[in-house]
Design a protein around this ligand. Structure first.
Ligand code: TA6
Length: 300
């Protein structure tokens, strides 16, 4: 291992697009994380291309959901079951997380810690006491760990998702492997299906909640890379691309941007909703690695 040049390890607190942010740079690459939603919006491995997609039409404004990067969906996923006026995917992604500090390990891995606690605003829609902690680690891979602790005296259930938008060369040319045989809820038809294909390919709107703990591989010949998404504490994998019509309906997504993104989300949603009893905690972890495609895979 080369000697570590400590001068390259940097955690810079900054303001980007009017939002409080942290920039990280080390020998493994670079990150940009907004305090709002503790949302990672850029992860670029050293010598590689950006791994995450952010819509050029995304509104970078306080209290507005950012379309891209890794939104944290919590404490519900999608529309709220009873109260449709509440924001989709919960309040975490538009909440200001507390920055709890950063650290650099002996190997040069940089970790940032964030926190979100229950308060009057959260209790309005989620009447429970909780503490959420989020760790963002830039090392050989990007590792994200979202932990929820029940700090009250009654049990509660919640859904959570790290709603990762991956940047792709052309969504029509990529494939996702690792989900063969897994059952999934097709959110478009409402039916439960089983994945029979060796690889998931995108040629229309896809919105599927797989019941799966498997590691997924996003193979992108156009970018000569394979993104490996491995998980711990996650029993759901959501695969979503809005395709043409939905992209045209989304104000914060360019009409052609569906071609450049694919969501593979590490989650616990719907039948995999989590129940926490007082003092219990649950950690949802995902590790994202960007690797060069070997010659055989490049050949397709
Ligand atoms: O991740 C799948 C999904 O639930 C889709 O149904 C779609 O709504 C997507 O999330 C985007 O959600 P958002 O609230 O970010 O527009």
């Amino acid at each position: 291992m080369s000697a570590r040049d400590e001068s390259t390890d940097k955690i810079i607190e900054t303001v980007e697009n009017g939002l409080l942010a942290l920039r990280v740079r080390n020998r493994f690459g670079s990150l940009l994380v907004y305090r709002q939603g503790a949302q990672v919006v850029d992860y670029t491995p050293a010598g590689g291309a950006p791994v995450l997609f952010v819509s050029r039409a995304s509104r970078l404004e306080r209290k507005k959901a950012i379309r891209g990067g890794v939104p944290i969906c919590f404490p519900w996923f999608g529309p709220h079951e009873e109260r449709k006026e509440l924001p989709a995917h919960g309040f975490a992604r538009t909440s200001e997380f507390e920055y709890l500090g950063g650290a650099t390990s002996a190997s040069g891995e940089v970790s940032l810690r964030f926190g979100l606690k229950a308060g009057p605003a959260t209790r309005e829609s989620f009447p429970y006491d909780f503490e959420a902690h989020y760790e963002v680690r830039l090392g050989e891979n990007l590792t994200l760990v979202f932990t929820v602790r029940n700090t009250g005296n009654v049990p509660f259930t919640f859904e959570a998702a790290l709603h990762t938008y991956f940047a792709v060369s052309d969504v029509r040319q990529v494939e996702v492997t690792g989900l063969t045989g897994e059952s999934y809820l097709d959110q478009l038809s409402g039916r439960v299906e089983q994945e029979a294909e060796r690889a998931v390919r995108i040629s229309r709107e896809v919105d599927r909640i797989y019941t799966s703990r498997a590691t997924c591989h996003l193979v992108d010949p156009g970018l000569d890379r394979e993104i490996v998404v491995s998980k711990q504490g996650s029993a759901s994998t959501v695969v979503w691309n809005p395709w043409i019509e939905k992209s045209q309906r989304l104000a914060d997504l360019g009409d052609d941007e569906y071609l450049r993104m694919l969501c593979i989300e590490s989650a616990n949603v719907r039948p995999e909703t989590i129940e926490l009893f007082p003092s219990e905690a649950h950690a949802l972890q995902v590790s994202i690695a960007s690797e060069r495609l070997d010659a055989e895979r490049r050949a397709g």
